[in-house]
Design a binder for this molecule. Structure first.
Ligand code: PLP
Length: 606
């Protein structure tokens, strides 16, 4: 929680959006109640601008402190890579943070949005693959005096850069992205290493320098870039990468290139698991250690070589934005495995397997739990066959199902509630909570790459949870389930939760979702963007009235897949009126229109 998340006296989860003492905590369940009272039902992404500001402050402070600890002569410049979250509110918040922050872009639309902040940002780093249009726009802005750096990602980009710089009569600010041999680590490790997708090899860097020299543009080479992949979990990898990039820097300086900046890219990780370890969704270092690792290596090697200590640029995105957003979803229903009561009325005589199964449960012996479970599974298989072949009826089967649930629980208890029971037992002991969201829209990395996010109930946190649940989303896709949780090994895990009361609004929070999730999310089953709640602070540290942006309605997502609402109304209206001449057609058309304009997520429990 990085100090932002607490539990209040009522057992509600609270957020303190910042770290100054005057900032008040906000009860998340109460905030959600207020937003719902404003007429917004369904899942909502809540952004705390104060947390984003605080992350920027903390990152800059870490480098300031590290510079003074190490007596480091170069400056530090934080740059926000907009790809991590391009939302206008996020980028504007970053730029307005009070600490001058640069912007990094990797495509033409990202460049276009970043240019709107050209007067308020100390530099814009242009990464990514570039065509002539991209290069031309960047160079024209340089010509107007804006601090734009064009980083050569592929050698082929250099010729059009030189050509356009000459024809526009612009003196460019150029960077080279080096391809390091140091391997990355974790889920994004393929961004680094000798065969990665990005950057120039040592040979290509030499060719680039020669080409620039020939064209009289060597003086433009001011920046050296690297990026070792996102979420670097090990400080050693940061250190090794620094060792390698500083050698490139020193060699380029020796060749007379006036490199002023070493841009180490992103990769500063987030401790999603709270383990402070090298696990892929954790990190084994603090912000201060990260800064010390980079500056320490640069200082040592530059001092040895008698070279100036470069200004250091980081493009940390995940570490700034992940903590500032939480997705709040409501549990809309849950299914316990049917029937906890094992005592059947009467067991049909022609079902001897069911009799035996029942006896296993009634005379359960803890010491033989494994053996009994194996026997039960075999019996249940034979009961299934008996049902398929018509020998057993529906009643016999339903009794067997109930007994299996009961036995499953007995076995689970006998085995000490193993948090990762074997997969067949798992099904019998975990409950399924239907949660009002789409994994593909709101938590794509959990689906695509098994990324872990902290997930927990927002209320009743003084009460021991009585259930273990898998979280199922709304999509008609078996992948749409959260079955990996922090602190539980393996894939088929469950989350401890309470049983919601009959009318209780039982909500869960998905934390640290402010990086990448929004933009990677997609429309599977046409579940669109959720509502977004922007929470700002007043000068006295209390919460300002939240600003809510309505999520996409069905009509919006339908348009995204090329349906014209007017054509839909025409077609469906024609069909309805053709089928029936009385009021029912009009009522149907009204109901249809309500759905078209409504929220794709559930707005009531079934
Ligand atoms: N810079 C570049 C070039 C990137 O490709 C990325 C993303 O992978 C980043 C910065 C942001 O990385 P992170 O979010 O890990 O800080």
């Amino acid at each position: 929680g990085l100090g932002y998340v607490h539990v209040d006296a009522e057992g509600d989860l609270t957020i303190t959006p910042g770290s100054q003492p005057h900032i008040e905590s906000i009860s998340l369940p109460k905030l959600v109640d207020d937003v719902e009272a404003m007429g917004f039902q369904g899942p909502m992404l809540i952004r705390f601008g104060g947390i984003l500001q605080d992350r920027i402050t903390r990152l800059n402070r870490a480098f300031t402190e590290s510079r003074s600890r190490l007596n480091y002569a170069g400056h530090y410049q934080g740059v926000y890579p907009v790809k991590v979250n391009q939302d206008r509110h996020v980028v504007s918040e970053v730029v307005a943070s009070g600490t001058p922050m640069g912007l990094e872009v990797g495509s033409k639309p990202e460049l276009v949005l970043a240019m709107a902040y050209m007067d308020r940002t100390p530099l814009i780093i242009c990464n990514g693959y570039k065509d002539r249009d991209y290069i031309e726009l960047a160079l024209r802005a340089t010509g107007l005096g804006f601090p734009i750096f064009v980083v050569v990602d592929r050698l082929e980009e250099l010729a059009p850069i030189i050509d356009l710089a000459k024809s526009l009569n612009v003196s460019p600010n150029l960077g080279l992205r080096a391809r390091l041999l140091t391997e990355g680590v974790g889920k994004w490790s393929e961004s680094a290493g000798g065969f990665s997708k990005f950057g120039l090899t040592a040979g290509e860097i030499l060719l680039a320098v020669n080409q620039l020299e020939r064209e009289g543009l060597k003086e433009s080479l001011k920046l050296l870039h690297m990026h070792q992949g996102s979420q670097i979990s090990l400080l050693d990898v940061v250190r090794q990468s620094a060792q390698e990039i500083v050698r490139f820097y020193l060699e380029l300086r020796k060749m007379g290139c006036p490199i002023e900046y070493v841009d180490v890219g992103g990769g500063l990780g987030v401790d999603y698991e709270g383990l402070s370890s090298s696990a892929p969704c954790s990190v084994n270092y603090s912000l201060g250690q990260y800064a010390d690792a980079l500056l320490g290596v640069f200082a040592e090697r530059c001092r040895e070589a008698g070279a100036p200590e470069p200004n250091v640029v980081t493009e940390s995105g995940r570490a700034l934005t992940a903590p500032h957003a939480v997705l709040v979803v409501e549990v809309m229903g849950w299914s316990e495995p049917v029937g906890r009561d094992p005592a059947p009325e009467t067991i049909p005589e022609q079902a001897p397997e069911v009799q035996t199964l029942h006896t296993l449960a009634m005379e359960f012996d803890k010491e033989r739990a494994d053996l009994i479970w194996e026997q039960a599974l075999m019996l249940f298989e034979s009961i299934k066959q008996g049902f398929v072949l018509g020998r057993l009826d529906l009643t016999a089967r339903s009794i067997a199902e109930r007994v299996m649930v009961h036995l499953g629980r007995l076995v689970h208890e006998a085995k000490g509630q193993d948090p990762k029971p074997e997969s067949r037992l798992q099904g019998y002991v975990s409950e399924r909570y239907l949660t009002n969201f789409s994994m593909f829209q709101s938590l794509p990395d959990a689906w695509a790459i098994g990324q872990l996010f902290p997930i927990m109930p927002l209320q009743r946190l003084h009460e021991e949870p009585a259930a273990e649940a898998i979280l199922q989303d709304l999509t008609c896709d078996s992948d749409g389930q959260v079955k990996r949780f922090i602190g539980v090994q393996g894939e088929n895990a469950t989350l401890p939760v309470h049983h919601p009361g009959p009318t209780e609004r039982y909500r869960l929070g998905f934390f640290l979702v402010g990086a990448y999730q929004e933009i990677l999310g997609d429309y599977h089953n046409l579940f669109g963007d959720t509502h977004v709640v922007e929470v700002g602070l007043k000068a006295d540290g209390s919460m300002a009235k939240p600003v809510v942006r309505r999520g996409q309605r069905s009509v919006d997502v339908l348009k995204a897949v090329s349906y014209e609402p007017s054509e839909l109304y025409d077609a469906v209206g024609r069909l309805a009126r053709g089928a029936c001449k009385d009021d029912r057609a009009a009522q149907f058309i009204e109901a249809y229109a309500r759905l078209v304009k409504g929220c794709p997520y559930l707005t009531s429990r079934s």
